[in-house]
Write a protein that binds this ligand. Sequence first.
Ligand code: B3K
Ligand code: ZN
Length: 851
Amino acid sequence: MTQAQAKHLKDYQAPAYTISHIDLNFDLKGNETTVVATSKVQRVGQHTENLILVGEQINLQSVLINGDKAQYQEANNELVIQTNLDDFELTLVTLQDPEANSSLEGLYMSDGAYCTQCEAEGFRRITYFLDRPDVLAIYTVRVEADKTAFPFLLSNGNLVEKGETTAGRHYVRWEDPFPKPSYLFALVAGDFDLLEDKFVTRSGREVKLQVFVDKGNLHKANHAMVSLQKSMAWDENRFDLEYDLDIYMIVAVDFFNMGAMENKGLNVFNTKYVLADTASATDEDYHGIESVVGHEYFHNWTGNRVTCRDWFQLSLKEGLTVFRDQEFSSDLGSRAVNRIQAIRVMKNQQFAEDAGPMSHPIRPESVIEMNNFYTVTVYNKGAEVIRMMHTILGEKNFQLGMKCYFERHDGQAVTCDDFVNAMESASGIDLGLFRNWYSQAGTPVVSVTDSFDADKKQYQLTVKQSVQSQGEKGKLLHIPFSVELLDAEGQSINNQVLAVKQTEQTFTFDGIESMPVPSLLQDFSAPVRLDYEFNVDQLVHLTRFATSEVARWEASVGLFSQAVWQNVESLSAKESMHLDPRVIEAVRGVILDENIDKALVAEILAFPTAAALIEQVDTVNLDALQAAREFVVDELAEACLDELVTRYRSLITEDNPAARAFKNICLVLLSRVSSEYEQLVTEQYKAAANMTDSLAALKAAVSGQLSCKDALMQDFEQKWLSTPLVMDKWFSLQASQNTPEVLEVIKSLTKHESFSFNNPNRVRSLIGFFVAANTYQFHEANGSGYEYLTDILIKLNELNPQTAARMITPLIQFSKFDLERQQKMKQCLLRLKGLPNLSKDLFEKVEKALA
Ligand code: B3K
Ligand code: ZN
């Protein structure tokens, strides 16, 4: 397979030619769509190499150099052009069929609208080009289409001309004054409802803001607009960064492979991250929209103004921009709850990725299909690496570092090293050892032991670090290790960030009167696994007294997890299960405490999922885990029944997201315990004034398999049949059922009128949800879940390889399961490997998993 060649970071070479300007002319006409691309090409330096452009699935019509027919060869996804000229104009004409493009990369149709997705390497499906991020060009774009069907013709930058042509067609010309890499190019043509507003920047420039949504959805665009305005203001206040164009557009499309895309001045969004009203979107959806709108907006500086030299540097823009969107959400909402959610992604998903065959450093060194590297490692661990620098430098120095980064690199394509260098120069703080975080794969383990000397009034912590990747010992790292010490009364007696920089280090705390309780790695100050033997009393103490709310949540997770694992042991020793009353008291205390943020209580009562628990161990007996986990949750819910009912009733009258979250987790817990509470569920469903409450009632009915379940699910389906994003919630609920019939239910739902294999949102909500979140049923011992996923992947391999490759994750992360299950998963991978037309996307993951 010539296609499946890996590229290596160490082989990076600057381009032999560059393109300073490109003029694109799109004549949008269904399967006779043509694109004329006229590029100003310059040879870089003195050499005689050919110009090599890349392209995929290109139907090339003609090649001209300075208006004359050119000498060229077209083979293996390359267009090779022989020329002696140092500076010339190259004109390529290609023919496209956007409707036939189901991969949703390059130029495609989304429900009647033309739309593009170019990151990472989609531009090469539009024309042959130097499709690499270190070639920055000025774009001018002319778009022509039928005026009635496509009244809006959009591209990057400023609209400079428009007019009518022949036979009901019209055209628009756009100019983007900022040089950009091809991955930031975008075009949209369609008929939309338009919400318009403005933002006045702090220097007094007025920016026109536009949100385009499918017809009939105008009333659902407001939250996205407000989120955009908040993002623009926040970036000025916190990062001193102002918007640069006179217009900012967001277009919501139905068919989209991921969340959204930061194309310069023209963001394209998945409808999921734009459309919201309280009837159809949950509080969680509102939060998601605010954070994704922010994320894409923040890319305007971190990604667009300063971009990546090559794709191995992806974390330069993604890690940094995730850090920025996390800070945005934390400044606007609850810092603790945002942090808890980020920690969950790290521990449940990123640690799993690092323990599996796709493990890579935040700056990968070798890649077959770039789309496979938009990962929790590059994004979320990348953000943790930025966060550690922020912790080490402090906000003031960090912002000086940002300033230095932009002063040095505005308008350039640079590397992760350039970013760290700027942080180092501006702060004067040595980040030499710290740089290893960029090249080290795997999750480091920090092991801690402690001792107390009453005579010396001394407490000591001994901290050891180690990291392994592919069985090999890894590099030494600079780990900011946050510690708080609590005395017996729960008073905080010490709170600091230790700089762990050696394999083993001992830290001494003087003037300590009695053995303290340590809160370690507070707020997840580094993306590492903490190894310290907490006992139940210490964890109870921390849930009550740790200064940090995040640390209190962590301690509650520790208590719950220990209880589960002890019962797993009991089961294997054929002993009966049991729950320590101290754990019950701690949970009861949390439920009753009127002073804790209700959103935090909801996080605590959401108890670690099976998938989260699996991440804590090397091997798992899934059946025992299920029995033990469900036992512990049931015991807790039963023991706290009265408290849950009381809080539930008092929370009903409160109308805010935190109260709803607490109330709804109470309902889910109650519905597990007894059908006695079924009435609360039906009452809440009927009375619900918003999607958060009605969905929570439905969830309680489904997870408790209550007798009202079918009727409520039917009612919901009828009500929302024509609202795809809400049907996605219904599909996920169907797929979440922990019953043996669930697989048959899912199979029949793929024929549901609202379902389509062509739409990634539908596929993810039904099948993606099943494989990623219904742990017990997906991993059913007979292997039926694995076989089903494999059938689906075979179908998606042709239809949409990117979506296929994202969904394969639970099938390649098999190492923790028993040998029978592992065997069955590998059989499925072999079936995929045997496909004659396996996409690069799946090939890379299947190969690594089977290696
Ligand atoms: N940069 C895009 C992701 C592109 C993914 C390409 N497979 C969205 C984001 O991170 O903002
Ligand atoms: Zn991003």
